[in-house]
Design a protein around this ligand. Structure first.
Ligand code: SAH
Length: 201
């Protein structure tokens, strides 16, 4: 068994992540769905992300199977990872709180679906996916293992690249100009003003 303190901190962060999801899942599951784009590819992506966020870290912590891929890192980077994980959990919680019953694990719309453009959705359209990226960075810096550490960032990048265009097409078809205007004023996972500032510098 491989129980470093950063592994314990990561396991605690994952427990908080699962508790937030479980609390909001209960609320959202009572909503009647009127449109679903939940195809096999979308479901496989969800399973892949879960396996990389939770499955591989469990294998790393409870077995010696991935130990050959371990490396050491300056402690400051492990602390930076813990900070990234903390920020990610806050953003994940706020995304769920702001989306409310408009959230679903696959690509779906419910009968009373409303377009959320406030709270953490004010400047970016995908704060929940942004929180997954930050969580993935935290995982990479906290687990010190090439496989269990970095796999989640790869899986989340795939989810974002493949799912985002489908999700935005579904919302464009349903909300039309309201979503088109929202897209013009927001970035995907980075606000427009940050992108503009970096491209001008
Ligand atoms: N991409 C968003 C939400 C992920 S959850 C994020 O990263 O924060 C996926 C579900 O959220 C989709 O099925 C879609 O119906 C819903 N959704 C995404 N953006 C939304 C918005 N701005 N308002 C309401 N629902 C939204």
């Amino acid at each position: 068994m491989n129980l470093q303190s950063s592994h314990i901190a990561f396991a605690a962060g994952t427990a908080v992540y699962l508790a937030i999801r479980a609390a909001f899942q209960r609320r959202a599951s009572s909503e009647e769905k009127t449109l679903s784009r939940a195809d096999m590819r979308d479901r496989l992506l969800i399973v892949l992300v879960g396996a990389c966020q939770i499955g591989l870290p469990v294998v790393l912590i409870l077995t010696p199977w991935l130990d050959a891929a371990n490396y050491t890192m300056p402690i400051a980077l492990t602390w930076a990872g813990t900070l990234a994980m903390g920020c990610a959990l806050w953003l994940f919680w706020r995304s769920h709180a702001d989306l409310g019953t408009s959230w679903s694990v696959t690509l779906e719309l419910n009968r009373n679906h409303r377009l959320v453009t406030q709270g953490v959705y004010r400047r970016i359209r995908h704060p929940m996916y942004a929180s997954f990226f930050a969580m993935g960075l935290g995982q990479a810096l906290m687990l010190n293992n090439w496989i269990a550490g970095w796999a989640a960032l790869v899986a989340v990048s795939l989810l974002y690249a493949i799912r985002k265009p489908h999700e935005e097409r579904m919302l464009l078809e349903s909300f039309g100009d309201e979503y088109r205007t929202y897209m013009r004023c927001t970035g995907g996972i980075v606000p427009h003003f940050v992108l503009r500032a970096t491209s001008n510098s």
